[in-house]
Design a protein around this ligand. Structure first.
Ligand code: C5P
Ligand code: MG
Length: 159
């Protein structure tokens, strides 16, 4: 028996096309931008990746199973609600979140000025102190200028 027997890693990713006249929301924070995410929901790629990572840690599939884009009930849904529900699912199953590590890939706008706000927003959502929420920003070096992409890993302790 090792302490590692009680730990699970989860991974998730998401991408949305960037289009005019849409909001750009990342980690529950609206970022001023000429283009936003084309999506059925609020298009928060960072929270969608995070929700998938939470589900993946317990092999529960992905958010498309629970919140199908075809379902009108989820149109423009606040993705914070999705993450909260996924976290609740973990708690119900006796699991607790240890930390989360997140990366957003986006050419423009630059996100550095919003790092503290996004960190604080995600940490509050996850009920974690900000030092347990790693947050990185990368450009695609011009290889993918028309979309926003996010990747998330989580570490979960199970009982
Ligand atoms: O992708 P690249 O390594 O060139 O990014 C350089 C730095 O720019 C990153 O380390 C990150 O801090 C910052 N960045 C940002 N907002 C983005 C993309 C990158 O603040 N949308
Ligand atoms: Mg999405």
């Amino acid at each position: 028996m090792s302490v590692l027997d009680d730990l699970r890693v989860g991974f998730g990713e998401d991408a949305h096309a960037l289009v005019p006249d849409r909001r750009l929301v990342l980690g529950g924070v609206e970022v001023p931008s000429l283009r936003g995410a084309a999506a059925h929901s609020d298009g928060d790629a960072l929270l969608h990746a995070l929700a998938d990572a939470l589900l993946s840690s317990l092999a529960l599939g992905d958010i498309g199973i629970y919140y199908p884009p075809s379902d009108e009930a989820f149109r423009d849904m606040d993705s914070r609600e999705i993450v909260s529900r996924c976290l609740g699912t973990l708690h119900t199953r006796g699991a607790e979140l240890v930390n989360a590590a997140l990366v957003v890939t986006l050419d423009t706008p630059k996100l550095g000025a919003y790092r503290a706000d996004i960190s604080k927003s995600v940490a509050a959502l996850l009920k974690l102190p900000p030092e347990r929420v790693g947050l990185g920003f990368k450009t695609s070096e011009g290889l993918a200028p028309n979309h926003v992409q996010a990747r998330a890993t989580v570490l979960v302790r199970v009982r």
